[in-house]
Design a protein around this ligand. Structure first.
Ligand code: GLN
Length: 304
């Protein structure tokens, strides 16, 4: 497959069309990003790499980090984590509070904010130095000591974090947050502030396409079963109330973030990161979704 040519062709098509998305303005710092950034990077399991556009510029990965925090919690605690968070699509926006009341504080899945907060609580309980240990985990799987949190994004999100503060306290009232909510929120905002380029993201997520193995198959981060399961949750819950639409149009497991990034996995084949900051109404990158839809359509290759 000539991926460089395919990426180039799709990039040209989409760049020529109007970008119908809007910047995520509810986090002030994200509203300052140049909306015209557009980058793509694809890494294959046999270590071929293809990039185009702004693929080396770092951006805020936001909710994409929820896949990495889930991976670490799952690696440490195994199946026990599913007592505290479900694996069903919620069909609600990422920051919704509504189902928690009837579900008694057990979030539907780990990729909506409520579920991600519970995973943060698990990590804060399990890790000695939670933020440092989480960062070390990401640096290990990405083989990149250059990955870091962004102080300005953390403070910007904290200054407007009313919904996440409400979610965390609400879950705490049901007993499904054990630690101090302030500590959990600090971990959550920090995790969301991590910055990576498309190149770094696609390399970091390659182990999901590689049965859980990093470093050319040498080290296993997650078991084959755990890798399958996280891919399955990305497939069913990775795009909030647009997960069905993403599956329908793209047909790959993936995860979006309000920084405009998307990661998608073609198991045993490749991982691809896209970045275009303008979002559709569901909070997913407009151009990123279009790009991936054309990629799996033109290559006639998805998981289905
Ligand atoms: N930090 C963001 C928030 O909690 C993450 C949301 C997202 O990327 N969908 O609002």
């Amino acid at each position: 497959m000539d991926y460089q040519l395919i990426l180039h062709e799709i990039y040209e098509i989409i760049s020529a069309q109007k970008d119908r998305g809007e910047l995520a303005s509810y986090i002030p710092e994200l509203a300052k990003v140049n909306p015209d950034n557009f980058g793509i990077y694809l890494t294959t399991v046999d270590k071929n790499e293809f990039g185009i556009g702004d693929c080396y510029t770092k951006f805020s990965i936001q909710s994409i980090a929820k896949v990495l925090s889930l991976s670490l919690a799952y690696k440490i605690l195994g199946e026990k984590i599913w007592v505290r968070v479900g694996v069903e699509p919620s069909g609600t926006p990422f920051n919704s509070l509504v189902q928690l009341e009837t579900d008694k504080g057990i979030p539907r899945n780990p990729f909506i904010n409520s579920g991600a907060l519970v995973i943060c609580d698990i990590l804060v309980s399990q890790l000695k130095n939670p933020l440092q240990d989480f960062l070390s985990f990401i640096r290990e799987i990405s083989d990149n000591a250059n990955v870091n949190f962004s102080k300005s994004i953390i403070e910007s999100e904290r200054s407007v974090g009313y919904r996440n503060i409400a979610l965390c306290n609400f879950i705490k009232s049901f007993g499904n947050i054990i630690n101090d909510p302030d500590e959990i929120l600090n971990f959550y905002f920090s995790m969301c502030s991590i910055e990576m380029s498309c190149q770094e993201l696609s390399k970091t997520f390659l182990f999901f396409a590689n049965n859980g193995f990093i470093n050319s198959g040498n080290k296993q981060i997650l078991s084959i079963s755990q890798t399958k399961r996280i891919n399955a949750i990305m497939q069913t819950c990775g795009f909030y109330d647009e997960s069905g639409e993403f599956t329908f149009k793209v047909g790959l497991p993936g995860k979006s973030g309000v920084g405009g990034g998307i990661i998608a996995i073609h198991p045993n084949n490749y991982s691809i990161a896209t970045w275009s900051p303008k979002l559709n109404k569901k909070g997913n990158s407009y151009r990123g979704m279009r790009f991936l839809e054309l990629l799996t359509t033109n290559t006639q290759s998805s998981i289905f």
